[in-house]
Ligand binder design. Structure first.
Ligand code: NDP
Length: 333
């Protein structure tokens, strides 16, 4: 059983040296446990935060331990009454080819309607995040102008489409011309710009949102967030989803300038964690399954092959090399 363990904590940018690949025999499940053959593993920005030894909404990874990830796999042996051999399951398991679980947090996923990996993306945590942030936290409504950073990624690619379905005008930024084109052709975006080639991000936002932003879906933080703030309309809402531009900072910088705008324009800012609203997540999965079946949602994945390439896949996400949802294929179903 090949496994990726945390070798050391990064100080600043994460590197391949922070991980180690080990091999061990596959163990037998004890009473109440099941053995899962892992097929697909999710790679997500929050994993970088769990590599630090800091208190957060999820506990840090421990040095020497196998890292955790959202996984889709198949039960190969079960001594747990809730799961049978052959079931496809999804939940938090390890960065490894086989996982032992007592079933906590694991649920069955149907085979056939959509590819199994979709349960890690458009029908999984990133899709739920897009829904909770846009529809619950920011309460987007028809006619709103929405601005999304990291627009082509796992969450952003879905926010664009959900906002479009709900009658919003959708704008955003991403880090390459290829990503911009894809956002406009497949992910519902009306107007986009490449923040890496922009010489003034606030002006670039103004050019795609000439009447200002009603809803900022913030994935990046830093200078992009600051520039969005300057473009908010009166009574605008900011759903603070992530701040990926800061995740590899060794030292925290002072926050965005222009916070006086929060007062002058009567803005609302609200952070959220997707897992806090289980009902909204389930509501999203029902709706998104329908929209997928009707062909109203597009989905894009970037797939790395093999557990040994999982650390590089995380580096790729943090460096913007992924388009859509980054996953790792661990085995063929
Ligand atoms: P993505 O698939 O969007 O991948 C991350 C993307 O961020 C990269 O592709 C890159 O795209 C962009 N990026 C990286 N560094 C920078 C930078 N310095 N400046 C601007 N853009 C950058 O990841 P997810 O969709 O999984 O996550 C998006 C955000 O949502 C993250 O901040 C994540 O932490 C957050 N999140 C929050 C959740 C919650 O419950 N609050 C749940 C899930 C995710 P580009 O080429 O455009 O730069």
């Amino acid at each position: 059983n090949r496994q990726i363990r945390l070798a050391s904590r990064p100080d600043g940018w994460v590197s391949a040296d922070n991980f180690t690949l080990t091999d061990a025999p596959v163990t037998e499940p004890a009473d109440g446990e099941l053995l899962v053959r892992n097929l697909f593993m999710s790679v997500d920005p929050y994993m970088r935060g769990r590599m630090n030894d800091t208190k957060s909404y999820v506990p840090p990874f421990q040095i020497g331990e196998v890292l955790q990830a959202g996984v889709v796999g198949q039960v190969v042996e079960s001594r747990n009454d809730s799961f049978a051999k052959g079931d496809f399951v999804s939940g938090m398991l390890g960065w490894e080819n086989y996982s032992i679980s007592d079933g906590t947090g694991l649920h069955q996923v149907a085979e056939g309607a959509v590819p199994l990996s979709y349960h890690l993306g458009i029908l999984g945590m990133p899709g739920m995040t897009a829904w909770v942030g846009l529809m619950k936290t920011a309460a987007a409504k028809p006619g709103d102008t929405v601005f999304v950073s990291a627009a082509s990624g796992a969450v952003g690619s879905i926010v664009g489409q959900l906002a479009k379905i709900h009658g919003c005008r959708v704008t955003g930024c991403a880090g390459s011309d290829e990503k911009i084109e894809l956002c406009e052709s497949d992910f519902g975006y009306d107007a986009m710009f490449n923040y890496k080639t922009s010489d003034n991000i606030a002006k670039s936002i103004a050019s795609v949102c000439p009447d200002g932003i009603d809803v900022n879906f913030e994935n990046v933080g830093g200078k992009i967030f600051e520039a969005a703030l300057w473009n908010m309309r009166n009574f605008g809402r900011i759903a603070l989803c992530g701040m990926i531009s800061n995740y590899n900072d060794a030292h925290q910088e002072p926050g965005p300038r222009g916070m006086m705008l929060m007062i002058a324009r009567r803005l609302t800012i609200k952070g959220f964690i997707v897992s806090d609203d289980r009902d909204a997540c389930m509501e999203y999965v029902r709706k998104a399954s329908g929209w997928l079946a009707e062909g109203r949602l597009n989905y894009r994945e970037t797939v790395a092959e093999g557990i040994e390439n999982a650390p590089q896949a995380l580096l790729d996400v943090l460096q913007g090399k992924n388009v859509g949802k980054q996953i790792v294929r661990l085995a063929e179903p």
